[in-house]
Design a protein around this ligand. Structure first.
Ligand code: NCD
Length: 329
């Protein structure tokens, strides 16, 4: 990640991952997101902050909520947004990742939002272009805006991140969401647990400063936050769980297992959910416990904050003061 001098709070040219981002920078992005939550809840959701800027969503992998929320975020800030689903176009004609990047770069975009099935592909692409790059998920490596939106959701509900006991449960091995969340929540002072069958835990996980559990009830004990993960079957080569039924029995979140956590523990899931596999369907919809819909709402605000920070933070050109940024125009 390239450090650059900035008068503002996020001092990098790109957002490729949470690893290496400082606590003050994370807090800056979360504060900025809070302002955009208010803008999005108002009647007029439009700002002119990105007027004249071009954002290209370059998705080499399917996505619904992430792509839509980046599109909405760019449009609400007044930017021009173009969506490219590359699986369906040039890659099929044999064009490489770098060729695609160079072609788009020649059109002078201001931000490229990139999702790719290979870990490290987004960073490689960022080295070849002149604009800011946001990683919208690369393989099982990182998904920084997901971790930021999870953090905004938690902080708005609990008022803080430091000192909270958070359990991340399920397919840790294949999850970029888990990795970004571990980096973020550790940096912000939370206590991290991971709960999974041994087949879905990477060998080096304890080096990330998390406590490992193989049993849901023990791992969930006194947790403030229960973060469930999807079984990422598209990234599995071979069989990692005996059957989805057995997986739900041992590792699916239901009301019975949730009793081990704090009585007011929040249930989270990045989506898309496999109902009845990693989470009980009824519990997922229980608005007293589940903040899954709120996570989606926060996603738009966080992506607005990231687009704002990367286009104005770096160059520092005529950015309105932080407190009025969200309500301009
Ligand atoms: C996550 C992803 O794509 O990594 N989803 C998302 O961005 N909302 C998690 C997942 O696909 O399970």
């Amino acid at each position: 990640m390239t450090d650059t001098a900035s008068d503002f709070g996020y001092a990098h040219r790109h957002l490729l991952g949470i690893e290496g981002v400082k606590a003050e920078e994370i807090s800056f992005l979360l504060d900025l997101s809070d302002g955009y939550v208010e803008l999005n809840r108002g009647e007029s959701k439009k700002s002119s902050l990105l007027r004249g800027r071009t954002i290209i969503n370059l998705f080499f992998e399917n996505s619904t909520r992430t792509r839509t929320s980046f599109e909405l975020a760019g449009k609400r800030l007044g930017g021009d947004v173009i969506n490219m689903s590359v699986a369906a176009s040039s890659i099929k004609k044999g064009e490489t990742l770098i060729d695609t990047a160079m072609t788009l770069n020649a059109m002078h975009p201001d931000v490229l939002v990139v999702r790719h099935p290979e870990s490290g592909a987004v960073e490689l692409l960022s080295e070849k272009v002149n604009c800011a790059v946001i990683n919208a998920g690369d393989g099982s490596h990182e998904h920084p805006t997901q971790a930021l939106l999870d953090a905004v959701t938690i902080r708005r509900r609990r008022g803080r991140l430091a000192g909270l006991r958070v359990a991340i449960c399920g397919d840790i091995t294949h999850s970029r969401v888990a990795r970004s969340n571990i980096h973020l929540l550790k940096t912000m002072g939370a206590e991290l647990r991971v709960i999974a069958p041994p087949t879905l835990l990477p060998a080096a996980i304890s080096e990330m400063g998390v406590e490992v559990f193989f049993d849901m009830r023990r791992g969930l004990e006194d947790c403030d936050i229960v973060m469930m993960l999807r079984l990422q079957t598209e990234r599995m080569q071979g069989s990692f769980v005996p059957s989805t039924r057995e997986y739900f029995h041992f590792f699916g979140l239901d009301r019975d297992k949730l009793q081990a956590a704090k009585p007011d523990a929040l249930v989270m899931h990045p989506g898309p959910m496999n109902r009845g596999v990693e989470i009980d369907s009824d519990l997922a919809d229980d608005l007293h416990r589940s903040v899954i819909r709120e996570q989606v709402e926060m996603g738009v605000a966080v992506r607005m904050a990231c687009l704002d920070a990367l286009t104005h933070g770096l160059r520092g050109n005529n950015r309105p003061p932080l407190e009025t940024a969200a309500v301009r125009d």
